[in-house]
Write a protein of this length. Structure first.
Length: 155
């Protein structure tokens, strides 16, 4: 009996990519949540407020539960256009696939945050992104998430 190779269905393609994408988004959202929490707490320390380690841990945990899901939605909004474009480009330059997806994830995050800032009534939605240093610290998590996605979905 001869086995004829079949093409994978589009649904098989999506399911193969969904779990890695969710894991990458979870990592990036957790990273961004911790960065923004510690950024805000450090700003309070700069004003002379004493924040014990137990309070830092409690605030971080609360933000992981409360802010990280919101931030994951922000990431998803930025990644939705960015990652398919990077995947398209990676077909032309396969050696650059991981770098393209990682950079696209970072740019997608920055674009989504800046779009929200433009629409939000307050000056910035996430205080850590007010300055370039904080924005880059949060984007680093998105880049790492994009790289993780690329590695988990590599052939």
């Amino acid at each position: 009996m001869r086995v004829i190779p079949t093409r994978s269905s589009p649904s098989a393609h999506w399911t193969r990519h969904l779990a890695p994408l969710l894991l990458a988004c979870l990592l990036a959202a957790a990273w961004g949540s911790v960065v923004q929490t510690q950024w805000n707490l450090q700003a309070l320390v700069g004003l002379g407020v004493d924040i014990p380690a137990s309070e830092r841990a409690r605030a971080t945990w609360q933000d992981l539960i409360g802010f990280a899901p919101v931030y994951a939605g922000i990431l998803a909004a930025g990644w939705l256009p960015a990652l398919p474009v990077a995947a398209f480009l990676a077909r032309r330059w396969p050696a650059w696939r991981s770098a393209l997806l990682a950079v696209a994830a970072g740019f997608g995050m920055v674009a989504a945050v800046r779009a929200i800032d433009a629409l939000a009534p307050m000056p910035v939605f996430i205080d850590a992104t007010r300055h370039l240093t904080g924005l880059l610290a949060m984007a680093a998590g998105a880049v790492i998430g994009g790289f993780l996605y690329a590695r988990l979905t590599a052939r």
